[in-house]
Design a protein around this ligand. Structure first.
Ligand SMILES: [Zn+2]
Length: 389
């Protein structure tokens, strides 16, 4: 299957610039056994650039795979670093648009951590919409309700003052179809939209190949997300990059006719295209360097573990698992422990496991957590070599 038109602008002037062969199609799905984990199908990722709107997407993405309705683990709230970050971002957003005593809808709410947070901080009434919502895993707030469905036109009846959607759009192939449904669901109310996605600009600039995995079929930049929103009759109010430039936030409102308001963070299409070229020139050297490093560890008989499960870890191990260097993956989310990594088959272990395993090298999947991890290791009197992505 090959998509030959851009999901955002329907343009056909597309250029492939990077391919990953045989990537596991799931990365955060919960796998209860080794057999189940290694049975996960593998498919190719072909990153493609749209010369018309700047969208980067997997043009080989199989839209028939159901990534939404099965169980998955994506809670980040077990890390104090993350909780501090998301609380700060949410407080600033509430302040900026006076989201207090309002009705807030979250599309793709996961376990409900964020809809609970924004409802609590702003004394709001919240509705979380997600087909994979699991009751009883988040805090209990009588003002927060959940609907186990995919977002559709009928949810406009909720008449929200604010629609949030975090780390969901990058899982959706039909970008304009999705943003279009949100626009058409909005009738009389004028909600503020608050969306968060990973930013492709950083991935391209530092050749962050571990941030490319099958579940993410859409890779947005400030320019391409702003164009997507404008094309679907939203006006961009603001955009900002957070978390070491990894996450891109966009704030927007519905408008009656096409907005021509451009945000200063938007990059020209040509500039992003140049970054895709540079990425494809440099990424193979980056991959080779990691391969050499891991082979050296193996020759030296070093015990190497990965810290940080989830998608980045699947993205990283897709490239290097066959080397047989990494035996264990650590994650602090207690709900992941015991589960097996989709496609890879390794079992998640908790940090305590390292006290007996005594690793020589730890590869940290997100350097933002380096201090937090160092502290946890020092408490266990462990001082391995640390490498951060
Ligand atoms: Zn396009």
């Amino acid at each position: 299957m090959k998509h030959t038109t851009c999901p955002t602008c329907k343009g056909t002037d597309l250029e492939d610039f990077f391919t990953i062969r045989n990537a596991p199609v799931h990365s955060i799905a919960t796998m209860k056994s080794y057999e189940e984990a290694i049975k996960v199908p593998r498919k190719d990722i072909e990153l493609t650039f749209c010369n018309r709107c700047g969208l980067v997407f997997n043009s080989a993405f199989d839209t028939s795979i159901d990534h939404f309705s099965q169980g998955y683990e994506d809670q980040q709230g077990f890390s104090p670093t993350f909780v501090k970050f998301i609380t700060g971002v949410t407080e600033r957003f509430i302040e900026k648009y006076d989201i207090r005593n309002k009705q807030v809808v979250e599309i793709g709410c996961g376990k409900g951590d964020f809809i609970n947070l924004i409802s609590r901080l702003g004394n709001n009434k919240g509705v979380g919409i997600d087909p994979a919502y699991v009751p009883g895993r988040g805090e209990q707030n009588p003002d927060v309700h959940f609907i186990r469905e995919l977002y559709s036109d009928s949810h406009g009846e909720l008449q929200p003052d604010c629609i949030t959607c975090r780390h969901t759009l990058e899982h959706i192939h039909d970008t304009s179809g999705f943003i279009g449904i949100i626009r058409s669901s909005i009738k009389d109310a004028k909600p503020i939209l608050f969306f968060e996605v990973p930013c492709i600009v950083r991935i391209l600039e530092i050749q962050a190949f571990w941030d490319i995995f099958y579940e993410h079929c859409t890779y947005l930049s400030p320019g391409s997300i702003a164009r997507l929103f404008r094309l679907n009759d939203f006006e961009v109010l603001d955009m900002h990059l957070e978390y070491d430039n990894q996450y891109l936030f966009i704030e927007a409102k519905p408008v009656g006719s096409r907005s021509d308001r451009i945000h200063p963070l938007e990059e020209p299409i040509e500039e992003l295209r140049a970054k895709t070229k540079l990425f494809s020139e440099k990424v193979n050297a980056e991959l080779a360097e990691w391969r050499d490093r891991l082979c050296r560890f193996k020759e030296e008989g070093k015990r190497v573990v990965v810290w940080g499960g989830g998608s980045k870890c699947v993205g990283f191990l897709t490239q290097f698992d066959e080397l047989g260097v990494i035996e264990h993956v650590v994650d602090i989310n207690p709900h992941m422990q015991g589960n097996y990594i989709p496609g890879i088959g390794k079992q998640y272990v908790d940090p305590e496991f390292l006290e007996t395993y005594r690793p020589d090298v730890i590869i940290v999947m997100n350097s933002v957590y380096m201090d937090e991890i160092q502290e946890s290791l020092s408490d266990r009197r462990l001082h391995p070599q640390m490498l951060g992505l």
